[in-house]
Design a binder for this molecule. Structure first.
Ligand code: G4P
Length: 190
């Protein structure tokens, strides 16, 4: 998506070979007009997949996922990150390890909001190693729902996430695919 790629080139910052800073329009300050266009794009891409719910992970996925859900006219569910098990029997939980942030958390979904009739689209801001996506997939599977696809704003294609998800059979749609980051330089795959 040219709009997002151009914005990354204008306002993104390659901190090092692994991390792209996009705090001024995605992660800290949010550009709602950009999120609106992104939501429309995901909705168009997955329009014929009979999506019944959009799922994202708090916090940076919420803005683009909200617009996606709006344009697909379905509810949005936000997966919560808990630092320790809450021992509730009305939730599904799975452990996620973030290599980028070097933390581990329990990703949580209430049993009330996804069920075996659902066809779920997962939306998230970054795809690195795919740990967060697979965490979301695990929870959706625990609820016996189907996964319609995975929509990603920024894929770091030099990390393993995309390949792992596609190898597992998922329909991954990334709006910007980054092939290389180096000090101050950002390169796209296509
Ligand atoms: P993975 O899920 O694909 O394996 O990625 P990883 O665990 O390594 O990333 C975990 C967190 O780090 C996610 O945010 C993800 O959005 C963020 N992240 C990964 N790579 C980058 C990057 O290059 N730049 C930025 N800005 N963020 C990156 P999170 O912990 O879910 O935080 P939140 O911002 O959604 O609250």
């Amino acid at each position: 998506m040219d709009l997002l790629k151009n914005r990354i080139l204008a306002d993104g910052q390659a901190l090092n070979e692994n991390v792209l800073k996009v705090d001024s329009f995605i992660n800290h300050q949010v550009d709602p007009k950009l999120m609106d266009v992104i939501g429309k794009e995901f909705a168009e891409h997955y329009r014929n997949k009979n999506v019944t719910k959009v799922v994202t992970i708090e916090s940076s996925g919420i803005a683009p996922a909200t617009f996606t859900a709006l344009y697909l006219d379905v509810p949005l569910i936000i997966l919560k990150k808990c630092s320790s098990k809450t021992l509730a029997d009305d939730v599904f939980q799975t452990k996620v390890t973030s290599f980028t942030k070097n933390i581990e958390y329990d990703l949580t979904l209430s049993k009330n909001y996804v069920n075996d009739n659902d066809n779920v689209l997962v939306i998230d801001d970054f795809l690195a190693n795919g740990e967060a996506s697979f965490g979301a997939i695990n929870l959706i599977k625990m609820a016996n729902a189907n996964i319609a696809g995975i929509g990603i704003l920024i894929e770091k294609s030099f990390q393993k996430g995309y390949e792992r998800l596609v190898d597992a059979g998922y329909d991954v749609y990334s709006l910007a695919r980054i092939s290389k980051l180096s000090d101050g330089k950002i390169e796209f795959l296509n």
